[in-house]
Structure formats: C-alpha cells, structure tokens
Design a protein around this ligand. Structure first.
Ligand SMILES: [Zn+2]
Length: 344
C-alpha cells in the first residue's frame, strides 16, 4: 500500500510500504477515506534529522472498517469510523477518568510499529476503545467537521476544559492555527462572553471572528500581554487557551492570564522547561493541559457537528490526494493553507 513517510526535515515522500494488517485480536484494519496534515507534523517537517527508514506520518482519520480481530465487539466490516490520534482500550483506570491519552494499553499513531494515517490503510490497536462508529456515509457533506473530531476540535475543546472556560468568562486564545480556531469554537460553545484571539494571519482571523472571537490581538510578546490586559479591564483573561507550543507562546499565555486564572496548554511543547514560572506563581495561575483525550469528547461534540451548531471542518481549507501530500506539507508550512485534508 502507499503511505506518507518523512525522511528528514522537508523530505516527505509517498512510498510503497507493507500492507497494514491485523496483528492482535483487538485490532481493526481501516481503509482511510479522509486524513489530515496536522500542525504538529510541521515540527518534524522543520526539525527531523535524517532517518534511513523514515517516519510514518498522520494521526487523524476517518475510514471504513475492512476487517476486525476476533475480540472486537463494537464494530464490523463496512462501518465508518472516526479514529482519534491516540489509541486506547477504553477500560483502564485512566480511560474511566476520561484521560484516554494516558491509557495504560494506549499509544499514538505514527509511532513504534503502529503506522500513520496519511496512508491508504491503517492498523488500529484497541479498536473497541479507540474507534467511534459514525452514523453517516463516507461521502457525507459533514465529513470535514467529523474528521476534526479525530484531533483539532477535540484538542481545542480540551484547551477550553483545562482552562476552565464557563459561561460569562473572558477567554484568550493564543494561536490562530487549526487548533486555535477550534479553541475559539469550543470557548464560544461553553459560554464564554469575551473571546480574544492572538494571531496575525488575516484569513485565520476572519474565520476566528466567524467562529465567535470578539477581539483580535496581533501584537506579540509584551505588547500582546498589555493589549489583552487593556481589553479585559486591566486584569487579563480568566481562561487562556495555549494552542502553539513554543516558549514565547507559553510565556504570553501565562502573561495574559488574570490572577487566579487558568491556562490550558495543548500546543506540543518545544522546550524542556516551562517559561514564566514566576508570573504563574505570583498570579496563582493554574497551568494545565496536555495531549487531548479526544476519544473522551466524541460523544459530547458529535451531536453539535451533526446538527450543524458547530462547523470546525471549515479549518480544512485545502484537500489533496495522497500524491499531493508533500505539497500539502509545504502549503501548510508556508501558511498558504490553515489545514490540509487528505483523500487517499
Ligand atoms: Zn485505557
């Protein structure tokens, strides 16, 4: 089968690889009907050191179940499923707590011997706990929005949950990528009164406003912090959703949180240490978040997608076939595209 393999920074290829197949009795094999390129794929796209074997890419997918192992109970061949970016058994102590990304039998797609989703097919471990059967056909008009339940919409929602967004609160969203835009949707959905997006790309800002952002801050660093304070009566935002991951963004996120506020981090950290320790301490700012347990959120978010109350699929502003995936990486890296959908 054909799959996306990254060999080093900037070198993404579509390669012939061994067919994905069932290995464990708890596995499912899915034919990928839609996948995505993720903002987090751009970190290796800029930094990966040369690898002879390459790294299999992609962790977001919707697909059709081709086959299931002997122990799989909740789906059958032919079902359309959404695949969260992490697999999980759905039964361990952490899955019961709604933290599927810490599942003791879990892991992430595109790592170890589990393939990536920017491919014709993918093996899904712990299929019963991981996959969610969708009540629509594979070419449903809502497909882009359903696809975001595999990562970016659930991740934006997780930022909002970790930052304790609730009705009437002021919210700042750091980052105008696909996750930041979904974080705006999530904040609005949870009742935030004021939603300030920190970003500087005109097309993304326009979409953020349509999603519910009330204010835009395009400054950076200290200037951004001051601007958010001005917009929030001098104190900062109750809830800050950090959707980038590099040190400057985290420092800004903590800087714009009001005393007693909370920062929800979902941008993958690019540094070992967390900046702004002193402001976080003296402001009694709660800093939380991590890899989103998107599987935990599918049931909650799906009705809003199916009934058209939220349209996170609008962040997918370009669609490509498998052969065009390398150009899709380039387009996202050059900020020509917010997020690329792949139709293998
Ligand atoms: Zn588990």
């Amino acid at each position: 089968m054909r799959a996306t393999v990254m060999f080093e920074a900037g070198d993404v290829r579509i390669e012939d690889v061994p067919d994905a197949r069932l290995v464990e009795p708890t596995d499912a094999l899915i034919r990928v009907t839609r996948a995505c390129i993720c903002g987090s794929d751009l970190w290796p796209y800029n930094q990966l050191e040369h690898s002879e074997t390459g790294v299999r890419m992609g962790h977001e997918a919707v697909g059709v179940v081709e086959a299931v192992g002997a122990d799989v109970r909740t789906m059958k061949a032919g079902d359309l499923v959404v695949m969260p970016f992490a697999y999980s058994d759905g039964t361990c102590v952490f899955c019961h707590d709604g933290l599927h990304t810490s599942c003791i039998h879990g892991g992430f797609f595109g790592t170890g011997d589990v393939g990536g989703a920017q491919a014709e097919a993918v093996r899904v471990p712990q299929a019963d706990g991981t996959l969610f059967v969708l009540p629509v056909g594979e070419d449903d008009a809502l497909m882009p929005s359903l696809l975001t339940l595999s990562d970016v919409m659930g991740t934006g929602h997780h930022a909002a949950v970790a930052a304790k967004v609730s009705p009437g609160k002021s919210v700042a969203v750091v980052g105008d990528g696909a996750v930041g835009l979904c974080a705006v949707i999530a904040a609005k959905r949870l009742g935030a009164e004021q939603i300030i997006i920190l970003g500087r790309h005109a097309d993304r800002i326009a979409l953020a406003r349509e999603f519910g952002a009330t204010d835009v801050v395009s400054e950076r660093g200290e200037e951004a912090v001051e601007r958010v304070r001005e917009l929030t009566g001098g104190f900062g935002a109750h809830s800050v959703l950090e959707c980038v991951g590099h040190g400057q963004a985290v420092a800004t996120a903590i800087g714009v949180a009001r005393p007693g506020g909370a920062v929800g981090r979902v941008g993958v950290p690019q540094d070992e240490t967390m900046p702004a320790s002193l402001p976080a301490f003296f402001g009694n700012v709660t800093v939380g978040g991590g890899p989103a347990p998107v599987r935990a959120y599918v049931e909650e978010l799906l009705p809003d997608v199916l009934e058209g109350r939220i349209e996170p699929g609008r962040v997918l502003d370009r669609a490509v076939g498998l052969d065009e995936v390398p150009d899709g990486y380039r387009a996202m890296n050059d900020r020509e595209s917010i997020k690329v959908m792949v139709r293998p």
